[in-house]
Design a binder for this molecule. Structure first.
Ligand SMILES: C[S@@+](CC[C@H](N)C(=O)[O-])C[C@H]1O[C@@H](n2cnc3c(N)ncnc32)[C@H](O)[C@@H]1O
Length: 267
């Protein structure tokens, strides 16, 4: 994270995969189907993390080239382990992308824009790398709405600890709604701005299957969970458990909504 007061903790790929990587991997193909770009394009994934979107691009888009940019060396290690040889990876930031002007046809970003201190600067960088006529696209979670697994966490956390309100991603990330994304992309001078919701089912076999990934400490909600002492964490767990729509077999069916946005760079 750049410039904020709250640590968002992106270091270790394996717990991230269990927490949110596995769900980003389900949004990615739906996002790419919506973009519907022809094969043979040069792709760049900004904030590629452990490589969820890169993997989907390799599998579905027949890219002529694909690169990922990511500030976390720990995440890059996981991405290289999963995709090394098929994707070129660079250490870098959305606001200083270490590649040449007009060197990609599609510059995309998954679950990143809200963590960038200056998203307008990130969009300007993405447009520089895409060049005239290039595609810029991104998705972010609907933190304040139907990103249910996080919403249930923060609603319970704020009930038990008023201090958690400033950490609640629904409040911290007002960018993550249709109107704000449209306004960010249009305000950057991009053309043909479109936004859509992508809903994926997130089914947990049990409450533990839901809760365990929060103990990995990667991402804002898990970092908050692990900042609590054992008793406070147990209270939070039980408060969430009490609000969960448990099915007869103990499983839990939630929704994760991502807002996806696309546009092109003016010719
Ligand atoms: C929720 S993860 C998403 C990772 C991956 N794109 C995915 O879909 O699973 C957020 C990612 O944004 C990265 N990130 C945070 N600040 C960034 C910045 N200023 N520029 C680029 N990436 C950034 C983090 O390191 C992390 O990999």
């Amino acid at each position: 994270m750049e410039g904020g007061q709250v640590s968002d903790t992106w270091e270790r790929g394996s717990p991230y995969e269990q927490y949110v990587g596995r769900w980003s991997r389900q949004v990615a193909p739906r996002f790419l189907a919506w973009l519907d770009l022809p094969p043979g394009r040069r792709w760049l994934d900004v904030g590629c993390g452990t490589g969820a979107l890169c993997a989907a691009i390799v599998d579905r888009c027949a890219p002529s080239s694909i690169a990922g940019v990511e500030p976390s060396k720990g995440f890059l290690e996981t991405a290289r382990h999963n995709l090394g040889g098929r994707v070129t990876f660079h250490v870098g930031s959305a606001t200083a992308i270490p590649v040449a002007d007009a060197s990609a046809d599609a510059v995309v970003s998954a679950l990143v824009l809200n963590f960038v201190y200056d998203p307008r600067a990130a969009l300007a960088e993405m447009a520089r790398v895409a060049g005239a006529g290039g595609t810029i696209a991104a998705y972010v979670w609907d933190y304040a709405g139907r990103m249910d697994l996080m919403r249930k966490f923060w609603d319970a956390a704020v009930e038990l600890d008023a201090g958690a309100a400033r950490l609640d991603e629904g409040a911290r990330f007002p960018l993550c709604c249709q109107e704000a994304l449209e306004s960010l992309f249009s305000g950057a001078g991009l053309r043909g701005v479109a936004v859509t919701a992508i809903d994926i089912p997130t089914r947990f076999a049990s409450f533990d299957d839901y809760w365990q990934p929060f103990l990995g400490g990667q991402g804002p909600a898990p970092a908050y969970a692990m900042s609590l002492d054992d008793a406070a964490r147990a209270r939070l767990r039980e408060r969430i458990r009490g609000r969960m729509p448990l099915e007869a077999n103990g499983s839990i069916a939630l929704i994760a909504r991502a807002w996806a946005v696309r546009a092109s760079v003016a010719e």
